[in-house]
Design a protein around this ligand. Sequence first.
Ligand SMILES: Cc1cc2nc3c(=O)[nH]c(=O)nc-3n(C[C@H](O)[C@H](O)[C@H](O)COP(=O)(O)OP(=O)(O)OC[C@H]3O[C@@H](n4cnc5c(N)ncnc54)[C@H](O)[C@@H]3O)c2cc1C
Length: 401
Amino acid sequence: MTLRPDDHVVVVGAGLAGWTFCHEVRRRGYRGELTLVGDEPHEPYDRPPLSKQIAEGRWGLERTSLVTEERRAATPLTWRLGERAVELNAEVPFVTLNSGERLFATRVVVATGVRARQLPWRTPETVTLRRRDDAEHLNAILSGLGPDDVVTVIGAGFIGAEVATSVVKRGLRVRVLEASALPLAGVLGESVAESVVRWSASAGVRVDTGVSIVDISSENGYSEVLLADGERVRSRVVVAGVGAEPALEWVAGSGLALSQGVLVNEHFEARARVGALGDVARFPWRGEPTRLEHWQVAHDSAMTLAAWWASDEEIAPLVPYFWSDQYGHKVQVLGRPRPSATVHVVRGSLEESRLLALYEEAGLVSAVVGLDQPRALMLSRPLLATPTTVDEARRLAPWEA
Ligand SMILES: Cc1cc2nc3c(=O)[nH]c(=O)nc-3n(C[C@H](O)[C@H](O)[C@H](O)COP(=O)(O)OP(=O)(O)OC[C@H]3O[C@@H](n4cnc5c(N)ncnc54)[C@H](O)[C@@H]3O)c2cc1C
């Protein structure tokens, strides 16, 4: 049912998804009460630059803000920043804050994202990178290092590779420790992952694969990472890029269907009057519940729910999109690649590490991956927006336009 002026929508999570939702319901004419709760003290900001321009030391943190004066003026709401939700009652509904205060609502949006997974060992030099404060802390450490200092990055996934890239751009030395035999193979499949790995080698970054860490200890301002083969890797800072977990504790007793995320329908509703957006939501993508930690998904999920609640309008289903900038190159992904998919390179080649590849599953294009092919990749979006066979895709060849 369309939102009315006597509604009160409480949005929990003042990140990209929560803020985009607030802006869009207002843009669509919702005039009722709107409250945005966020446990960080900061107004909504953009996370992708944290591992790129901010980690490189090129941008000040203020450039990451998502709240322009124009958007703020267009989005009147009650800000509850620096406050954490500890409970959701989805029946009434209400949200309980850490102060004990209850915010009674007519609708609630869960947009609490994910938090960085921590290593079992903590030392003063070990950091993760999820929040603005993490980025500020890491930046302060990196600024104090000299060319002989080594930065250890644990995990050669997207965040790890981006941090390693930024560290090198700052003129510092970096060593990357990766548990798997081939970074990103679990996402992109072996052949394309091998192409991506060549970028780190040509950038002169040492990536050790198949590494098993036994312990991390700290002494005199240095961390020592002990590897299973007995080697000790000593550095001034250890950046752990080992994945993330949905921030769901506060909805545990709410009765919402939880399974590695909040299960939602195509409108991003978890149940009547409760929505879930962004990194925390598991939405149906080609019939399968899917949770993706992608900027575009956070944005588009917010637009979808806002259109549904404020205007009763179904907008076109989102197409998952993700990008990563590493070692001076760009990986872009449309759809959902899986290592088990058959990979068809339709432009460029694996050897050049510059290509456009169609991923085929059950006879259909399930993903398109571009390595340094930004235009061709974007032109290929229609192949994911409607079910398309690989033969049809080759015939249409939208990437050639
Ligand atoms: C370093 C970094 C680089 C990235 N780079 C890329 C990239 O290149 N490409 C790409 O596609 N994606 C990238 N991403 C992912 C992208 O930023 C996320 O998909 C997006 O931020 C998700 O938005 P969200 O609103 O769902 O969650 P978030 O942005 O995480 O916002 C959730 C907010 O909710 C708050 N919160 C959590 N629990 C509570 C609670 N109980 N009460 C109140 N508030 C709470 C959190 O503190 C946070 O502020 C990157 C992410 C990071 C961290």
